[in-house]
Design a protein around this ligand. Structure first.
Ligand code: SAM
Length: 314
């Protein structure tokens, strides 16, 4: 049941998209006069070593966060050149997108200054904590016994006191007791592994219920784009839901490569690994779309692995 471990995937292209959008949401919502309640339904272990055994197994960060960091090291001019060469920005675009810069700064802030290569990758609870202030709160749900223990040990270093609560329980159900929040401001991140087919339906049921309990909350759902009917239907169902309750939404996707099966030199057929993913945000901050319109061409260009690299913003 629990074979998924996020450490294998930390810092991959899906994490870049998910965490870049999460940071943009936090920058807009956290640290205001009225407290923000952040609900992380599937928190993971919190911190990941990119040079550790898990991450090395697949090396997914090499095609994800490392591509952005090495470009950062080479400097903004180089990034701009690569983008211009790929025709994804015009000459009038002066700078790297704020979303991309904020994401890079956040990842680097968990690593020693001037390190040759960052070795620590922050998961969603650490990213969230970084932006909380005052009476903002985080409820982090993690059901896996090992990951919830690791998360507790990692978060203990922050001495965040009452700011963070770790709940070793089912996040889909557990969020109900926190909605609506007393301050009437909430951000929910739903990031399941979708290892179980039932996760897709549970996401829709949870968001439907959450919108009834607290219609003005911001709800962000990460989803994989893979050839599976449930995965294909998920953003469509969330869109129908948002339209039915009359709430604005933003659906952003990033494709880094073809989803076609690969034939190796030995004549074997291999799966290509996750080719694309998306973030569906209900009640997004009004500034998010314009910021993503600058960020996504840059992210797609920097992370694209073949001619299929693309993004959509809806
Ligand atoms: N959100 C994390 C991040 O961005 O760093 C990564 C989360 S990972 C994709 C999904 C996590 O959800 C896994 O650690 C898994 O153990 C956990 N999990 C699976 N089912 C769960 C459930 N019903 N409730 C809470 N956690 C669950």
């Amino acid at each position: 049941m629990f074979s998924y471990r996020h450490a294998f995937h930390a810092g991959n292209h899906a994490d870049v998209l998910k965490h870049a959008v999460l940071i943009a949401l936090l920058k807009h919502l956290a640290g205001r006069d009225t407290a923000l309640m952040v609900l992380d339904t599937h928190a993971g272990a919190g911190l990941y070593r990119l040079d550790g055994d898990y991450a090395n197994t697949s090396g997914e960060a090499i095609n994800g966060v490392y591509k952005l960091l090495s470009d950062k090291k080479r400097g903004i001019v180089q990034v701009k050149k690569a983008l211009l060469a790929a025709n994804s920005v015009t000459k009038t675009d002066e700078k790297q997108s704020d979303i991309l810069s904020d994401y890079i700064e956040t990842v680097l802030s968990f690593n020693a200054k001037g390190a040759e290569k960052p070795t620590i990758y922050p998961g969603s609870p650490f990213i969230i904590q970084r932006f909380l202030q005052g009476r903002d709160r985080l409820k982090a749900f993690e059901i896996h016994p090992t990951d919830s223990k690791t998360l507790a040990a990692n978060l203990a270093q922050l001495e965040a006191g009452r700011q963070i609560a770790i709940l070793k329980e089912d996040g889909f159900e557990g969020v109900k007791k926190f909605l609506p929040p007393p301050s009437k401001r909430a951000l929910l991140l739903c990031d399941p592994s979708y290892e179980m087919k039932t996760d897709y339906a549970r996401v829709v049921a949870m968001v439907t219920d959450a919108l009834k309990r607290f219609p003005t909350g911001t709800y962000a759902v990460w989803y994989p784009i893979i050839p599976r009917p449930e995965a294909h239907d998920l953003p469509r169902k969330l869109k129908t839901l948002a339209n039915r309750v009359g709430k604005p939404f933003l659906n952003v996707s990033l494709t880094v490569k073809s989803s076609k099966l690969i034939k190796t030199a030995e004549g074997e057929v291999e799966r290509p690994g996750l080719p694309a993913s998306g973030m569906f945000v209900i009640n997004p901050p009004f500034t998010l779309k314009a910021a993503l319109e600058v960020a996504m061409p840059q992210i797609a260009t920097l992370l694209g692995q073949d001619a299929n690299a693309a993004y959509t913003i809806e």
